[in-house]
Design a protein around this ligand. Structure first.
Ligand code: MN
Ligand code: MN
Ligand code: ZN
Length: 282
């Protein structure tokens, strides 16, 4: 089983060893500040990072970069759409130079346009970006919460965007976003509905990653507020139901829960407790 957390990069080269310290064996990072368009790259630090990756033995094919929050591949504003494509291209290039396999992105927000128009723009952006990006890095479309004009809040939409792009993209399931959009992973029925929808659309083998987050709000309220594992409306029992399905065991789990390394270590311990109670060997 693979588990880890979204790690701060202060500095980048500390991430692999801090991951082991909190009980993880994988992680997610931002390549730099996710709220600034400016792009920079510290070659020395990346070199050190790669050394630390081999020292710790963390498998880089289970690690992802989360693209900047500024990226909106669905934006109807030409300038933002162009900037978004450039930034995503750069994130893929950085992942390549870091030796990491995945870049995860939120498809985008329709900002007043229709969902169909938004999906069409996302698809076009993906095909333009991937056309001249490193082939060893995979792009992941993350399921989002159905709030604020977000597109990609179910697997029908994600599949449609992927198909229209004509590219081989894969997907990230986020347990908080899904819950926020009505996928009840706490119940048997809810889990079966989710797995059936995935089977009918993108296929389980295309779910490359999972963001493991509890939810501060009840199901289907469209708020997208992450909570620590076991402390929200999904709760230990909900995650216990989720992990009772073997098909999710091969997906790396990455926390995007509140707090820093200390809190993440506690949350990872909670997840491991759930696994042991289900007889799942790590
Ligand atoms: Mn995300
Ligand atoms: Mn997420
Ligand atoms: Zn979220």
């Amino acid at each position: 089983m693979f588990i880890g957390a979204h790690m701060t990069i202060n500095p980048l080269s500390s991430v692999p060893s801090r991951t082991l310290k909190i009980g993880g064996n994988t992680f997610q990072i931002f390549s730099q500040s996710p709220r600034m368009w400016r792009m920079n790259f510290n070659e020395k630090e990346v070199e050190k990072f790669r050394e630390e990756m081999s020292k710790t033995g963390i498998d880089p094919t289970k690690v992802m970069i989360h693209a900047s929050y500024l990226v909106n591949l669905a934006s109807p504003k030409e300038e933002i759409w162009e900037k978004s494509k450039n930034r995503l291209k750069w994130e893929l290039e950085v992942a390549h130079r870091m030796g990491l396999k995945y870049v995860n992105v939120h498809p985008g927000s329709r900002v007043g346009s229709s969902e169909d128009e938004a999906m069409e723009r996302v698809a076009r952006a993906i095909s333009e970006v991937l056309k001249d990006s490193p082939q060893d890095v995979k792009l992941l479309l993350e399921i989002v919460s159905p709030k604020g004009g977000n597109i990609g809040y179910n697997f029908f939409q994600l599949k449609k965007m992927a198909d229209m792009s004509g590219c081989e993209v894969e997907f990230t399931y986020d347990t908080c976003h899904g819950f926020d959009g009505g996928y009840d992973i706490c119940s048997k029925d809810g889990m079966e509905r989710l797995l059936e929808e995935i089977d009918k659309t993108v296929g389980m083998n295309k779910i490359a990653m999972c963001h493991l987050n509890d939810s501060k709000f009840p199901i289907n309220v469209h708020k997208d507020r992450h909570e620590r594992i076991g402390k929200g409306y999904i709760g230990r029992e909900g995650f216990s139901n989720f992990f009772s399905y073997k098909v999710v065991h091969s997906i790396p789990m990455v926390l995007e829960t509140p707090g820093g390394d200390e809190e993440h270590a506690e949350d990872i311990a909670v997840v491991k407790e759930i696994w042991s109670s289900l007889g799942i060997s790590k």
